[in-house]
Structures are given as C-alpha cells and as structure tokens.
Write a protein that binds this ligand. Structure first.
Ligand code: SF4
Length: 363
C-alpha cells in the first residue's frame, strides 16, 4: 500500500512522494476503491501480510490508516497477518497503530548521526529516534530499523554510531541499503563509491558479529523475525500493490501502477485499474523474475522450483558459468558471499537472455 506523502523531501529521494496534503482525501478514497476493485476481481482472498509504506504513513492523520485497515477487513480475509507500517523516528502514534492491528513497525532512521541526517534533510534527530524507539518498544516487539550507507558526511565514525545504536536498542530486524550506484541521487550527492563499499562491508560484518543473520542481500534479523512481506517478493509469490507507482504479481501477471497522483485518481474514478504497465509473463519471464528475486536470499532457490518453471533448465550448467558467484547445494541454487557482494552485476548476467537461452536448451 503506497502512501506517497511526506511533510518534506529528503535530498536523496527518488521515490514518488508529494508534500501537498490537500490531495489526501481524494487519494485515499481512490485507494479504498482500488482495494475493492481487486477484491471484486479476485474474490475475497486470504491475506497474511500487509505493508503500508511510503512516503511516510506516520506523517498523516491516523484516520487514513484506519480507513485502509477497514477496507482490507471489508474486502479480504486477513489470516493472522503480519501488518507493517513505516514510521518516521519522530512519530508518536504507536499505541493507536497497535489498536488498529498493526504488529510490525519499520523505522526509517537511515543514519545515527545528526550531521548526516541534516545533510540529507531528514526531519528527525538521533534523539528523536531514541525517544520514539523507547515509546514504540513498549507496544511492539517486531521492529525494523532502516539504514542507508553512502550518504554525504558519512565517516568511519558515523558508521560506528549506527552500529552502536543497533547494539543499544537491539531491533529484531535491520535493513541496510546502499544509496544506489548510478542513481540520480548518488550523482546529485557526489558519493564516493569506494568508501561506501568499505563502509557497507564493515556494517555487514559487524551486524553478523552481533548475531544478525543476513537472510537477504540488504536484510538482517535475529532468529524468527524474517519479514513475511518481503519474503513474498523474494519468493516471487502473489501480491497486490495498491496506490500510485505500486506494483503487483498475480499468477503470471505483472503490473505497475501509474506514478502520477492525478492520473491515478482519474483512472480509479473511471473504474479502470490504474496500470501504467500490465503484462502476462511468458514462462521464461517467470524464470528470470524468480532467479532475480530468489537469488537475493541467502538460502537461494529450490532447483525443483526452477524446473517447474523451465523443465529443460540445466541448473548445473548455470552454476558452472558463474563458479565464484553461484553455489549448488542440497537441492538449492544460491549466491556465494562474493556473489552477494556484487549482486547487481551477477544477477543481471544470470538473467541475461543469452545465459538463460544456453541453460534451457535454446542454444
Ligand atoms: S521520507 Fe522517504 S519517501 Fe519521504 S522524502 Fe524522504 S526518502 Fe522520500
């Protein structure tokens, strides 16, 4: 569920997000209707994970999150769901969110240093995070904290502070993203990619030393706290994305919604799904997507699953083409540590059409 509103814009932001809150009413009415349209199309499906992200959902009046939860209960069968809401480190809505059935929070700290936070125009301070964490942890046990490595003003010392705050608060789940190489934000912010790579390496090592399992390239948790929502992406399972620029995967259909709020509202008003793109995947597309997503997980993907998608696939040959980066192990294909470190390059080569054509007998 995409909530594309924030009170202000961070300097590294490449997401679809609006600061004009006068659109809220129209947007959420469309969102409730889109939820209903999906239910009319697919029936009252069982849902075991809900993720309300953004944007900054906690910047909005709570009535909108309540509205979303009501629409979901009205149209879908929520079965013991994991319900996550993204919040800012200066929000104060924990008790109310808990009452709405939310059971997991994701806090966008990004860096535990005020100079770094200020440099990227985050609206909170480290003290705000500490105060908020202490409040929310009275209501929530399952908390994720987001960090970004590669921000301006980052130093060895600020990375140490990030790790100290993890040590102090011990969140069950930690996400560590690198400000994307070649992204607009990285060019804009003049990031030194070599230093970022060193900082990222230190971050990962230290998290693992503190007992966090790197179960996905950017995600770490203590036992029992993997994020159910994200696992759906990485297993290439079915999910519905609603809201501007949200994407979904239903059966073999892959879609992405329009990213302009006005076009989104207009399309829903005319009873059309607000697709920018909607495509029925061929089996080879499903194979590529499954490899691309599942190899991000440390456990990789079952060979059986790949064979279901492409009966002629020679997984041994595929692994042999990337001996340093792919490992075949007890019926699964996964990336080595080196593969995970260079995942962007490795994954794009693995799913390259020439590679797949060779290993599925097309060549
Ligand atoms: S909080 Fe997130 S979505 Fe909002 S401006 Fe900052 S980076 Fe963008």
């Amino acid at each position: 569920m995409h909530v594309p509103f924030c009170k202000s814009r961070c300097s590294y932001c490449d997401f679809v997000s609006y600061t004009d809150f006068s659109y809220l009413e129209a947007y959420f009415n469309s969102l409730y209707k889109e939820i209903e349209m999906w239910s009319e199309t697919l029936g009252r499906q069982k849902v075991d994970s809900v993720y309300i992200g953004g944007g900054t959902p906690s910047d909005l009046p709570l009535e909108y999150i309540r509205g979303v939860m009501c629409a979901l209960h009205r149209d879908f069968d929520l079965k013991d769901p994991e319900i996550t809401v993204e919040i800012n480190p200066n929000s104060s809505c924990a008790e109310d969110l808990k009452k709405l059935g939310v059971n997991r929070l994701s806090i966008g700290l990004q860096a535990a240093d005020d100079v770094v936070l200020k440099a990227v125009r985050r609206r909170h301070t480290v003290a705000d995070f500490e105060r908020t964490y202490e409040t929310v942890s009275a209501y929530f046990d399952n908390i994720n904290v987001d960090f970004i490595v590669g921000l301006p003003q980052e130093t060895d010392l600020t990375i140490e502070r990030d790790l100290e705050i993890i040590e102090d608060y011990k969140p069950k789940h930690v996400s560590v993203y690198i400000l994307e190489t070649h992204s607009e934000s990285m060019n804009r912010l003049h990031v030194d990619t070599d230093i970022t790579a060193i900082h990222h390496e230190i971050f990962i090592k230290e998290l693992e030393r503190r007992g966090y399992d790197r179960y996905e390239i950017s995600n770490f948790c203590v036992p029992g706290y993997r994020c159910r929502h994200n696992l759906k992406y990485w297993h290439n399972d079915n999910y519905i994305g609603v809201g501007v620029s949200a994407g979904g995967h239903i059966g073999s259909r892959r879609y992405v919604n329009v990213s302009d709020l006005h076009r989104y509202v207009e399309k829903i008003k005319n009873n059309h799904f607000p697709f920018e793109y909607s495509h029925e995947n061929e089996p080879l597309d499903e194979l590529r997507e499954t490899l691309f997503m599942s190899l991000r997980l440390s456990e990789g993907v079952e060979i059986e699953k790949l064979k279901e998608l492409a009966p002629t696939i020679d997984v041994q040959r595929l692994a042999g083409m990337f001996p340093a980066h792919l490992i075949l192990d007890r019926g699964r294909l996964r990336m080595s540590k080196l593969g995970m470190d260079f995942s962007c390059a490795v994954l794009s080569e693995v799913i390259d059409i020439n590679t797949l054509s060779r290993v599925t007998g097309g060549e």
